[in-house]
Design a binder for this molecule. Structure first.
Ligand code: XMP
Length: 528
């Protein structure tokens, strides 16, 4: 493992990302991490960049114990200044202007050899800089291993110890050979093996879950049929079999035949011990007259917890009566992913409180504090594409592994204004046609998320020589990598026309179809 200590740079998580792409396991922790409290012994440490000045009061500093671990250290940007500053406070000065953008890097040869860090790379490469402060001079014991247009100290190395500093960011794709450079550090200098694979992760995780849960322990989870909860559930099933209890609540605003489909996928195909609770009527009754999007969300979230808790109690009681079971459910499993963890682990500055994330609105707090359940998050070290890869390794079918995300409040946030059964049915049918045609056209995997929404304003149409009023269907399809920003998908016109044709002809009560081309921002991906 390479330990990445985060000083708050927006690029930090890319370091772990690049290393994992090299099949080297890497974990990120805040720069304030106490080395004595580490649960593993890293083979190398990377100090990330950050938005601070080392000599500013309250600026973050690494636990001095990192130097006693006797493993190679690489400081990037702020991380390099931190290394230099520790050796002598006059080694770092404030830059007169921020250097931001490309720079040309030249590796320095000593006796005809470049440093191991640059081995096998071109002597000259374009690198990405983003820094204010810089080194004023070489810290004692260091020498220059690469220079750039603006800096004599673009890369430095200690003469005896395996300590390196880079002024530029090897983790961003704008830096040519950046990944190769990180590989030189991790493999060439730290001697990491490139054997981190999904199959291995899966086996280790299963063993890890068994250790945590014990011989008799039981685990409860809410599942949705989405990628994260499905993969997490399958992993639990592999680890502890029927001592894992999955609960699916039908909230009345799932997609066409979705509840039955999830039941088939999880229960029949994957063998997961699943209970389905049908709350559709109660949810739809409660949504009557509710127009405000936030109120819809709150109602659905709250009702969901009521249903889930009631079921948890039933499962508990059944388990207590079963002589083969230990009785008590001690754990609550949640499909939290690494980006949420990074969000809560990133170093947010000396005074900022570290944010705790919440995946399923409000659920863990009440379940874990109120009922004393311990949280298990088997996917918390994985990125989304890694979760998909794990899903494949677990034998989950491709279509499920590649599913677009779907919001907890479901179709309710895709019907503008009040949710009624009629509008839910219209949204379902239109959405089903839209997604089926996207699949038929072979576009599903090029789109990050797509759905049909209902605008209940009545538009005029002519059908069979008669004037009709019907709802407007809004089609939305976006591409995005992180769901924070998104672009409307550039649809082939003929596919859109085919979809329009089918929707107006097949979905009763609709007389118009529009395609939403708004990007995010200013739009959001969901309609409400
Ligand atoms: P927005 O609409 O904020 O959506 O651009 C970004 C991503 O988040 C999903 N989303 C939700 N997921 N509960 C969820 O579980 C919600 O209330 C919710 N609102 C939005 C949305 O589908 C998209 O993937």
């Amino acid at each position: 493992t390479i330990l990445v200590l985060d000083f708050g740079s927006q690029y930090t998580h890319l370091i772990t990302r690049r290393l994992r792409e090299l099949n080297i396991f890497s974990e990120m922790l805040p720069c304030t991490q106490k080395i004595a409290e580490l649960k593993f012994k890293p083979k190398g440490i990377i100090l990330s960049g950050g938005p601070y000045s080392v000599y500013e009061e309250g600026s973050p500093h690494v636990d001095p114990a990192v130097f006693d671990l006797n493993v190679p250290i690489l400081g990037i940007c702020y991380g390099m200044q931190e290394l230099a500053y520790r050796i002598g406070t006059d080694n770092v000065i404030a830059g007169t202007h921020r250097e931001y953008g490309h720079s040309n890097l030249k590796a320095q040869s000593v006796n005809g050899h470049v440093d191991r860090l640059f081995e096998g790379l071109e002597d000259s490469m374009r690198v990405w800089m983003s820094h204010g402060d810089k080194l004023a001079k070489l810290p004692e014991g260091f020498h220059t291993v690469a220079t750039s247009d603006n800096s004599e100290y673009a890369a430095i190395a200690h003469g005896e110890k395996l300590i390196y500093g880079l002024q530029f960011h090897p983790e961003v794709t704008h830096t040519q050979n950046g990944t190769a450079l990180l590989k030189n550090f991790a493999v060439g200098i730290c001697h990491c093996n490139q054997n981190w694979t999904m199959e291995r992760f899966m086996e280790e995780k299963i063993a890890d879950i068994r250790r945590t849960v014990g011989e008799k322990g039981q685990v409860l989870a809410a599942v949705s049929g989405g990628v994260d909860s499905t993969v997490a559930a399958k992993l639990m099933k592999e680890a502890i079999g029927d001592r894992f209890w999955a609960v699916l609540v039908n909230n009345g605003v799932m997609r066409l035949n979705e509840c039955e489909q999830v039941q088939r996928d999880l229960s029949e195909a994957l063998g997961i011990n699943l209970t389905v609770i049908d709350g559709a009527k109660e949810f739809l009754d409660g949504l009557k007259g509710v127009e405000d999007p936030e109120k819809k969300r709150k109602f659905i979230g709250g009702k969901f917890i009521d249903f889930f808790e009631a079921e948890a109690i039933k499962i508990e009681e059944a388990a207590a009566k079963d002589p083969n079971r230990a009785g008590k459910i001690e754990f609550f499993m949640q499909g939290t992913l690494y980006p949420d963890v990074i969000e809560s682990l990133s170093f947010k500055g000396p005074s900022a409180t570290i944010k705790t994330h919440h995946n399923v609105g409000g659920l863990p707090a009440r379940m874990t504090n109120g009922q004393g359940l311990k949280l298990i998050e088997p996917l918390r070290s994985l990125y989304k594409d890694e979760v998909r890869a794990l899903g494949r390794a677990l034998g989950i079918r491709e279509e499920l592994v590649m599913r677009h995300p779907f919001p907890g409040p479901g179709i309710a946030v895709r019907i503008l204004g009040e949710v009624t059964e009629e509008k839910v049915n219209i949204a379902r049918q239109a959405d089903h046609i839209f997604i089926s045609e996207i699949r038929k056209a072979g576009l599903y995997d090029q789109i990050s998320q797509a759905y049909a929404a209902v605008d209940p304003s009545r538009a005029v149409g002519v059908m069979g020589d008669k004037r009709v009023y019907g709802y407007i269907i809004i089609l939305r399809a976006v591409t995005t990598t992180d769901y924070m920003t998104a672009e409307a998908f550039n649809f082939p016109w003929d596919v859109l026309q085919r979809i329009m044709n089918r929707i107006v002809n097949e979905v009763h009560g609709v007389c118009r179809v529009v395609y939403d081309i708004t990007s995010k921002p200013p739009g959001t991906i969901e309609m409400e």
